[in-house]
Design a binder for this molecule. Sequence first.
Ligand SMILES: [Zn+2]
Length: 244
Amino acid sequence: MRDYDDFERRLRELSLPNLEQDALGEVDGCAIYRLMVGGGPRAKRQVLITAGLHGDEPAGPESVLRFLYEYDATRYSNFGFLILPCINPFGYVHDTRENGTGIDLNRVFEVDNPPEEARLVKAAVAGERFDFAIDFHEDWEAAGFYFYEGRKSENWIGPEVTKNVESVCPIDREHDENDLLIADGVFKVDPGWGLQGFTPYLLAFHSDHVMICETPTSLPMRQRTAAHLKALETVLRHYDQANE
Ligand SMILES: [Zn+2]
């Protein structure tokens, strides 16, 4: 069992200039939060960061908090961030992949009558376009970090991401014949997944560039959050330099 009150307290105690927070709604008595930071007149890039869709993957929400603890407003002046730090509070508290009714929220985005968590997330991004979206996950069975990328231009940055992440976390190079391999530890978001998954849903309706980071749950938390943030940092640097 994890303590959601403690997670909420840490969100409340964040003291960043221009940080806005609100609750999208409540599920099972727990609020699902939305944070907005940056996004002033100089922000050229809109970024969506999401975590905690699967409740038993706690490095995602921890990475979001660490990103905000270490937030550098000067460094990120080109970016406006919309952040959903913990999409599945029931799963976070009870350490379950699924929500309180046993549903895998990563399979229900483009369905009739989605569960409340997915409905709230869809409402939060309705009408928005993001330069990129990044979703933090974990894998109980992985030996290292790996990365999924979906990009309409197919200008993949995953190889650069894994190269940088490898300085803080091993890369899991395992793959099988069903994977759409880009490079070691880098896979395409598979169109065969359909639009029920959150990331394919975002690629279809809200962004031309979507990514999923997976860290190995067996490693220490500090190392997993370092891996997620190294990946995010690489993508931010790419967009800072790119003229696309
Ligand atoms: Zn997951």
